[in-house]
Design a protein around this ligand. Structure first.
Ligand SMILES: Cc1cc2nc3c(=O)[nH]c(=O)nc-3n(C[C@H](O)[C@H](O)[C@H](O)COP(=O)(O)O)c2cc1C
Length: 158
């Protein structure tokens, strides 16, 4: 396979950018991710791929729940606040406000909208764990255009 072509072609997949909220024991964590998509209407299913060995991946595995916070275009600061590993920078929330609903996963007050999931399937095939989540609760804070990965100038894929 042509490695450069593979990278370029895979980076042609267009993505949103989301803050995935996780429960880690009695605490919460969150990470910014673009590998998120819906895969079923009924039941409503989404998949999230979480890098193996991260606090978030372990947290989703042990709690069996996660939330997805839909950011608004322009909310780069919010996206960037959750890229760094909690193991290195400590609590990433700082003065970023959040609350919890059914699953205990953090929901960002400033997100456009959110949904929370119960994990119904796990696939360990690659270097990320693929979690299939059934959406059990959702909310909308305000109308707006969702953030895209492209506007950050970053890539995660290839
Ligand atoms: C643009 C971008 C997109 C990312 N997308 C994902 C993703 O889809 N899945 C993932 O596991 N990590 C993704 N990451 C990396 C996580 O944000 C990073 O590993 C984070 O530190 C994990 O947090 P934790 O260590 O506190 O669990 C992405 C990073 C960047 C810069």
């Amino acid at each position: 396979m042509d490695e450069q072509a593979k990278k370029t072609a895979l980076r042609g997949i267009t993505y949103g950018l989301y803050v995935i909220g996780t429960k880690v024991g009695d605490d919460v964590n969150a990470f910014t991710a673009n590998w998120v998509t819906q895969t079923s209407f009924s039941p409503p299913l989404v998949v999230v791929a979480a890098k193996k060995g991260t606090t978030s991946c372990d947290g989703i595995k042990s709690s069996g729940v996660f939330s997805v916070n839909v950011l608004e275009t322009g909310q780069k600061d919010l996206a960037f606040a959750f890229f760094k590993p909690v193991s290195r920078v400590g609590n990433k929330f700082g003065d970023i406000e959040f609350y919890t609903e059914q699953t205990g996963s953090p929901i960002l007050r400033d997100a456009l909208s959110w949904f929370e999931c119960k994990v119904v399937d796990v696939n360990e095939r690659g270097d990320h764990t693929i979690f299939v989540g059934e959406v059990v609760n959702a909310g909308v804070h305000r109308q707006g255009d969702p953030m895209t990965l492209r506007e950050t100038g970053l890539n995660y894929g290839g």
